[in-house]
Design a protein around this ligand. Structure first.
Ligand SMILES: [Zn+2]
Length: 337
């Protein structure tokens, strides 16, 4: 299906579950949010970007759909600004809690509270390590500082109720089970309702977009790709294939098993391409050119570099390769003999 509802016109996908399409002021031009009918009101899943075009959609929805009904809770799948951006604004407007995992909330808090100067130094060192020439450093660092900067209206801990894997949230007398995933973000929450055979998948399962899995200065030594592949296997092996998947981008679909397998296969193919190309020591920038062999703009370059690093760290964590810092400060990776 390539059809989607007009912004501000919730479309019923299954009993009590409405698809709300909201435009975004970024390259990815929309997000899907979900409105769930509760016994005596509504539950909102994800909130949109903190931008006028998103607030306008909500104003329409409040005027035409929610009206005077209460909103009982807002559930946030993960900390990315298109998902959490308006959570605080909505929670204050509706006087209701924000349900979110601890992993997502505390990571969001670490971005909110980080010291700009310290982060600038970290980002500078990171860009040098990657092997970018100094003249490109400023542009990238500037971008990294602003890219994930949270909205002015911020979610406070006192607004939150923390959820975790396997928790059961009852909405309209039906159980929605929290299914956590890692790698795209620290502790992403999907919501699976066996009774409706429906799963709100956030960014864990999208029909034709492969979610970014990246290493940043804040998780430089970690293995997010290993986490992501495990999460894909978990969804492939535990969610029935007939389940209707409601993703944050593009359109609802069925066939979670094939989609997860496709993502796994694509990452395994990328890992093999890397294995074949690191006989001689290479920098992340050189490795990126192997995995992403095309023209990229600034944001694409940074995402591609982060994702390349995730693949390098995957091999590093499995002792297939080693990394050393050369005198120029650049990290170089080489196959272990
Ligand atoms: Zn995301």
């Amino acid at each position: 299906m390539r059809w989607s509802p007009e912004p501000g016109e919730p479309f019923k996908v299954v009993d009590g579950v409405y698809w709300l399409r909201v435009p975004l002021p970024i390259a990815l031009d929309h997000i899907n949010l979900w409105l769930l009918e509760d016994d005596d009101g509504w539950v909102i899943v994800d909130s949109g970007f903190d931008a006028p075009m998103c607030r306008d959609v909500w104003s329409t929805v409040f005027a035409t759909v929610i009206k005077t009904m209460p909103v009982n809770k807002i559930i946030i799948t993960h900390f990315h600004p298109d998902h959490i951006g308006l959570a605080s604004w909505l929670a204050l407007r509706c006087n209701c809690p924000v349900f979110i995992t601890k992993g997502e909330f505390y990571h969001y808090q670490s971005i909110v509270n980080r010291d700009a100067e310290t982060y600038r130094e970290q980002a500078n060192a990171f860009i040098t390590e990657m092997g970018y020439p100094p003249e490109m450093s400023e542009k990238f660092v500037e971008f990294m500082q602003n890219d994930d900067k949270p909205a002015d209206a911020r979610v406070q801990e006192a607004m939150c109720e923390f959820i975790q894997d396997n928790d059961e949230i009852v909405i309209n007398q039906r159980i929605w089970k929290v299914v956590s995933g890692n790698g795209h973000s620290p502790e992403h929450a999907c919501l699976y309702c066996p009774t409706l055979s429906t799963m709100i998948s956030g960014d864990q399962a999208i029909p034709r977009i492969s979610s970014n899995v990246s290493v940043y200065p804040s998780n430089r030594q970690t293995d997010p790709l290993g986490d992501w592949l495990s999460s894909c296997e978990k969804l492939r092996d535990t969610i029935p294939d007939t389940t209707l998947i409601l993703p944050s981008h593009q359109e609802p679909f069925r066939g979670i098993v094939a989609r997860m397998q496709q993502l796994l296969d694509d990452h395994y193919a990328q890992l093999n391409r890397l294995r074949l190309s690191i006989d001689a020591p290479i920098s992340p920038v050189e490795a990126r050119a192997v995995l992403f062999d095309r023209e990229l703009n600034t944001i694409e370059t940074l995402l591609a570099t982060g994702e390349t690093l995730a693949h390098l760290n995957y091999l590093l964590h499995r002792d297939e390769i080693s990394m050393r810092y050369d005198d120029d400060g650049v990290a170089r990776y080489q196959k272990n003999r």
